[in-house]
Design a protein around this ligand. Sequence first.
Ligand SMILES: [Zn+2]
Ligand SMILES: [Zn+2]
Length: 442
Amino acid sequence: MTALLHERVHLTLPDSKRHLPFSFTCPEGASGLRVEWEFGPPGGGEVRSMINFSLRGPAGFRGAGHRHGTRHEAVLGEHFATPGFLPGAITPGRWEVTLHTHLVAQGTHGELVVTALNEPPALAPTDPVIPANERTPGAWMMGDLHCHSNHSDARWTVSELARAATARGLDFLALTDHNTTSGRAVLGGAAPHLLQLPGVELTTFYGHAVALGVEDCPDWTAPELGCGMAELASDVTQSGGVFTLAHPFAPGDPICTGCTWTYFDLRPEGAAHLEVWNGPWRGDHNERALAYWYALLTRGHRVIATAGTDAHGPNYDPGHGFTFTPRVWDGVALLAQLRAGQTYLSRGAGLDLEVRSPAGPVPLGSTAPGGRWLARARWSVVPEGSTLIWVADGAREAVSIEGEGQLRWEGEVRGWLNLEIRTGNGELHTLGNPVFAERCPA
Ligand SMILES: [Zn+2]
Ligand SMILES: [Zn+2]
């Protein structure tokens, strides 16, 4: 073992929300690297310092360990890496470890140590392959577009997540760990029966965003002081990905660092996709996001609503919302439907929703000539005491429903038409994305 870097780091409160790079040179012939970061004191009460690190080698990004706690370690070799980091060649040359000070709650002393390993790190046992859930595929498929594993700060492993997703009947899954894509290869091995989308949650200091369809983690450190996110969003969408503003009204610092959306250069009204259902429905931040989304639709913005369980283990919650979309067999087609908003969000209504404009049937998320529209909703499972609400241009028409059944709706639409199903206690059970009416030429 050879020491390559040994830094003593002193941080004060104003050092919060900074990226502190430290470079070191990896010699020829090293079989592995160990990076250790330890700091103290941890902070007081509920307000805990969150300072973790990412790693970059001569060939590019090598992962991140977005976790809480005061002791962090990453070991990397050609065929092994600590969860969050990417295995691969230990290339000689200039490497960089960057401390990310998400929150410095009080004056802090830390030590950052990098050592070169003479022996390759031992291989971890391979995770077992999760058996598929045998069932007849229906016309709609169900998935989760925002969840975490032990490759960032979750309590469950990738295999445990895959097992829960399979038991819940999911057809597709996007693992969106914080600032790393290292879990994707593990998920591919553990659950080949799930259609998988590459994903990552860009966990910046001023807001979180879910990027789907991106193979590598985009550089999330560029946005500063609430600016620079518009450019990052455009990079993701231009490379074929889908960029979603996550949990815009979640409580932020110091409880959940960076969780409230505060970017000045990308307001939620400028977003194409907005996560209105994050985690279990309970809690008022989702109700606020939904009301905000309706206000955007009323003002003529074309924004697609999304759901993400944001599950961190140890299981899915009955209040989680999943994404439903017409069945496809590959990730490219799935991503295209998600981009278009051909989706409804639900705990599992078994919903079939058809909208017909004067020009014919219209898929959810698309646009049709305004006028007299017909819609039909059929559902197979909703709890007793539920209410179905048609929302046409913001006007709400509620009908009591339960069990299995169907309803028709007919009326004038000039802006948009969507539907909600609420449970007896008023919580959201299902939310359909709208069909939009063509606007009059200006
Ligand atoms: Zn988040
Ligand atoms: Zn998340």
